[in-house]
Design a protein. Structure first.
Length: 188
């Protein structure tokens, strides 16, 4: 496989890892979006998340770190639960959320590395495949953000009922799902 072919293949694999296959990552990004339905704050959070997951994805794929999946996967579920719960408890986005999202991005990067490790990377295009997989993940996340903005925030984000009728119920649903995943990933 040429470097160009590998780049396109791994870009698509990264995107598909989020959409349609990554329900946990979809719920995480949606949770980031809900508390402040404006593009700028969610893009800052997504940037912090991307920088963090890029670091651990690279470190794991170059075998510098290798935490076990039985620890990483429950932590990913807990990170989703935490952000969704914060949406319920906190009436507004706090500046500290960027740091929290960065830390969770470190954990999610290890999850991405687990998925990418199962796929494998071509030896002759290792770095470009890694970079393009990561770019595909980012494009998937941006797609979720833009869909949430145009389907939800653009129409309802400034309404007085947005928090009560959208943020809290959707976040509560995500808390339940993430709680189930946490237990499931610990026990099985």
């Amino acid at each position: 496989m040429s470097g160009t072919d590998a780049a396109f293949v791994y870009l698509k694999l990264g995107y598909n890892h989020i959409l349609p296959l990554g329900l946990d990552h979809i719920l995480f990004v949606l949770s980031l979006f809900l508390l402040s339905p404006k593009l700028k704050p969610v893009l800052w959070q997504a940037t912090a998340f991307t920088v963090a997951h890029s670091i651990t994805l690279g470190l794991a794929m170059y075998h510098i770190i290798s935490p076990p999946a039985n620890i990483v996967e429950p932590l990913i579920a807990l990170s989703i639960l935490y952000v969704a719960l914060e949406n319920i408890v906190s009436p507004r986005l706090k500046p500290s959320r960027i740091g929290v999202v960065f830390l969770f991005g470190l954990v999610h990067g290890l999850g991405f590395a687990g998925a990418l490790g199962q796929l494998g990377l071509p030896v002759n295009a290792y770095l470009i495949s890694l970079v393009m997989f990561n770019a595909g993940v980012e494009l998937g996340q941006l797609t979720i953000i833009l869909l949430a903005y145009f389907l939800m925030a653009k129409w309802f984000g400034t309404k007085s009922y947005y928090r009560r009728r959208i943020v809290i119920p959707v976040s509560a649903f995500i808390v339940v799902v993430a709680g189930f995943w946490t237990v499931q990933r610990i026990l099985f």
